[in-house]
Design a protein around this ligand. Structure first.
Ligand code: ZN
Length: 246
């Protein structure tokens, strides 16, 4: 079975469509690691797509905030402005779906999906040290996580934690083979707001028979997504960062 892994779509319809086009025909099932909305200008289109097509979805911190389930005091000004705007424009059926999303980790066959860390959906796993402390808390060898918007992840070994790289800038994809005895935390990267210096939409496909994760990057119409953010009068930094991949 080939699993398409999407995360951090962040209401970027152009990014989502490009990722789906690039993945076409290469997957059998799809899961979503949260943050479908927030930041971008197409929360309804993106929420409707995930609601209708991705039964296995966990919530992210922006999903929670946009659903009104969290106060916004931990958000910076741009994130807060976009969460309030999203609350205003979300259609009732999308708001109801957002409110009902389960908190991860969600256990599926052979792996788990979660937003931040297995212990806390709002925690960032950015450095090897953040992951080191999880040894002993991982109840399944393969976990997919998001939240950092950095493609790649971590390989946990007896002698320490090793970083798994994402796709190099000059390539469209990169493969990572999962050794049967290893524990891995895999981040597909962000579909709609990458922060690893590569502005292309990020996603991954996991083949559970081959035990291979293929990381992907897909170019998309960044200018169109930026124009929608500006037309909605959302903070300009949310548009600018898309072309920087930061
Ligand atoms: Zn996010």
């Amino acid at each position: 079975m080939r699993h398409l892994i999407l995360s951090d779509i962040h209401a970027n319809q152009e990014g989502l469509q490009a990722a789906l086009r690039a993945a076409e025909g290469a997957w059998d099932r799809v899961v979503c690691l949260g943050d479908t909305v927030g930041y971008g200008a197409d929360p309804n289109a993106c929420a409707a797509f995930v609601r209708e097509n991705i039964p296995h979805t966990v919530r992210g911190n922006h999903d929670k905030a946009c659903a009104g389930l969290d106060d916004l005091e931990w958000f910076n000004a741009a994130a807060r402005a976009s969460a309030l705007w999203t609350q205003e424009v979300l259609a009732p059926e999308n708001m109801e779906w957002l409110r009902g999303l389960p908190k991860g980790p969600l256990h599926l066959d052979g792996f788990q999906i979660l937003h931040g860390s297995p212990l806390d959906e709002d925690e960032y796993l950015l450095q090897a040290g953040d992951v080191q402390q999880l040894t002993g808390y991982l109840d399944t060898p393969i976990s997919f996580f998001g939240h950092t918007h950095v493609q790649g992840g971590f390989l946990l070994r007896r002698n320490g934690v090793q970083r798994i790289p994402g796709v190099p800038r000059q390539s469209a994809y990169a493969d990572f083979a999962i050794h049967p005895d290893s524990y891995v935390l895999i981040n597909p990267g962000s579909v709609g707001q990458p922060r690893d210096g590569d502005p292309r939409a990020a996603f991954a496909i996991y083949d559970d028979e081959q035990r291979v994760v293929r990381y992907h990057r897909a170019p998309y119409d960044i200018a169109a997504a930026q124009a929608k953010i500006r037309a909605a009068s959302l903070p300009d930094v949310l548009a600018r960062r898309l072309s920087l991949g930061q």
